[in-house]
Structures are given as structure tokens and as C-alpha cells.
Design a protein around this ligand. Sequence first.
Ligand code: ADP
Ligand code: MG
Length: 243
Amino acid sequence: LKNELLEMEKMEMVSHLSASVAHEIRNGLTGAKGFIQLLKEEEKDPQKQKYIGIALSELERSDMIIRDFLTFAKPAPEKVEVIPVEQLLTELIEILNPLARMNSVEVKKNLFPFSIIGERRVVQQALLNMMKNAVEAMPNGGKLTISMKQHKNHYEIVIQDTGLGMDEVQIKRLGKPYFTTKGQKGTGLGLMVAYRVIQQLNGQIKVNSEKGKGTRFHIYLPCTAENDELSTVDQNVQPGKVH
Ligand code: ADP
Ligand code: MG
């Protein structure tokens, strides 16, 4: 048990440390990208243009890795707080809207207010990574539905898409670092972060998916906050089925 605690403490430290490192690297990348962009605009030599282009796309890729890892990372360790999940999901849908529109994805939500206790930024990151995957799974359009359910001792968030879907082999690899089917456009880190965050909240992630039909991610979170209040649920969403 003592060892386990020590391990947990170490993990905590590493995750805070990496969050602050990620933040610093991101600042540097943003600066470098800006200046290289300027160079590119002024450069006439096609050979040099090409090199600058390669440098830019390498920087872009590094930025993407950090984005999937912890976009919202702050250098200072965050405090644990009460997180209004409905509000958080609504904000994330807003953030995701431009990408959804680009993919002709229609977003529906069916939410009610409930709260959990955790670090807002990491929870935000976990949910965003999963919602982003759902949109990316629908390059030719489709429907993303974010809904909630209340059970006896836990809440459930469902992220459902009508996208590419996955086979058994893919499902087994979910959450493993560097597993991606998106080639250069993927990092394979988004779900690893999401699984870890949900696990730290004593929650669980389950997946239903069918190739060519779509995917449903279920996130189960224990009821913790006292200030939960149920309100009437939006009527504009029919609880859909993947299969
Ligand atoms: P990345 O998005 O960079 O590939 P992730 O860790 O976020 O990395 O996801 C890993 C892989 O899991 C994706 O490449 C994809 O194959 C699969 N995946 C995740 N979510 C979905 C989804 N909603 N529909 C289909 N496949 C998914
Ligand atoms: Mg992803």
C-alpha cells in the first residue's frame, strides 16, 4: 500500500510537471511559428520556400501533440473544484462548433445540470479530446449527440457519433499511447489522456461501436457533489441507437 501511494504521488507530480512543460513549449512554438510564417511570406526562392514549409508543418505537428495532451494546461498546479458538467459540455460544444461545421456535423445536446469534483482543466481536456474524435470520425458529415443520464450512484455522459466506427481490434487498442488511425494527422495521445483523467475521477469509459455505423462512448462518473440538481431535460433529442 505504501508503495502504491508513493507511485500515485509520483504520477501526480509527473502529470503536473508535464502540464507546465507542455505550456512552456507551446508558448515557444507559437512564437517560432509566427516568425517562420513571416519568413515564408517574404521568401521568393522556391527551394527555401519548401524548407520553410517543412519547418512549419513540423512545428504544427508538435503543437498538435501538445494540444491533444493538455491544451488547457496551466503552469501552476490546479486546485480541485466543483465542476458544473453541463456548463462545461456546453462550452466545449461551442469550442468544437467551427470544426463540426467544417465537417458538416450537426451537434445535438441533451443535458441537465450536475456537478463533479476535480481539476477543471484536465476534465475539460478529456471531454474535448473525446468530442473532437467523434467529429473527426465524420469527415463526410453526420450527427454528434452529447447526452446525459442519471443512475443511482453515478452519472453517465454519452458521446455518440454516426461516423466511421471501429472494429474489435481497434476498440481493444483505445487509450493506448500512440494508437492512431489518422496517420500524420493523429497523435494517439488524446484518448490516453481522457482514460487517465476519467480513471482519476474514479470513473469509467465504455465503448459501443460498429464499423461504418458509428460509435458511442459512455463515461460513468460517481455522484460526488452535494449541489446536484435535476432539471427538465431538453426534448429536442431522441435517445439514438448505434446499432
Ligand atoms: P488521434 O485522435 O490523434 O488519432 P486518439 O487517442 O484521440 O488519437 O484516438 C485514437 C484512435 O481511436 C483514433 O485514431 C481512432 O482510430 C480511434 N477513435 C477514437 N474515437 C473514435 C470515434 N469516435 N470513432 C471512431 N474511431 C475513434
Ligand atoms: Mg484524438
